[in-house]
Design a protein around this ligand. Sequence first.
Ligand SMILES: C[S@@+](CC[C@H](N)C(=O)[O-])C[C@H]1O[C@@H](n2cnc3c(N)ncnc32)[C@H](O)[C@@H]1O
Length: 248
Amino acid sequence: MPPKWRTEPRFPDGPAPDPAGSHHERRIRSFQPRRSRVTTGQGEALKRLWGTWGLDIDGHSVIDLEALFGGLPVVLEIGFGMGEATAQMAAADPATGVLAADVHTPGQGNLLALAERGGLSNVRVANGDAIILLREMLAPGSLAGIRVYFPDPWPKARHHKRRLIQPEFLTLAATRLAPGAVLHCATDWEPYAEQMLEVLTAHPDFENTQADGGYAPRPDFRPLTRFEGQGLDKGHVVHDLLFRRTEN
Ligand SMILES: C[S@@+](CC[C@H](N)C(=O)[O-])C[C@H]1O[C@@H](n2cnc3c(N)ncnc32)[C@H](O)[C@@H]1O
């Protein structure tokens, strides 16, 4: 009987392990490189669909988003996990292209399979570090939005520097967003929510969409994510933050 699980990397025409070599950079990363088990179904989706819908974040060239998404406005989702919420949002809004980035191979296979099953043509799966994608592969002002749902909370004080939502990230993200485009974050980790609100409020390139300067109600378009469900089971409170790129 064939083994039910395989470990990466086993996909000659699939996502490359560490495509930009970022695992060897000195930079502090927001994710932990890990070997992940890929189910048979995920592996088959990677083999069959990666060549059409996947791209490696290798940092080599700027992506022509217009060509990639046939002229749709494009939203970047950073850290889609298993991709269920990503696929649901893409299905609900076919007029928006979703560039979904994560380093997690099983999730990439899962999202490709979901996109195929849903007949979605507005999703592309990007493999690797979203910082390199933003820095090296996306043109200034090219994004209609950025979504960061339940980024790793890195709860230990010595790991706080790994948190994605920090002033340097916001400065980079602001350059890639079109004026008026929204950065939408959500977290169930209260201290991280407070940090997000603080750094976003202080950043000159963003303004809060909420008149009271606080958290936003969860917009109807954001479905419950897998990670969010786990947080809610533990009694965590979820906060959404929607900040607009200023027009300057
Ligand atoms: C806690 S999970 C949340 C997943 C999903 N958004 C959800 O709510 O279920 C965070 C995800 O972000 C990904 N991630 C963290 N830093 C990243 C980065 N710099 N580039 C791409 N993905 C990243 C991790 O691999 C992980 O899958």
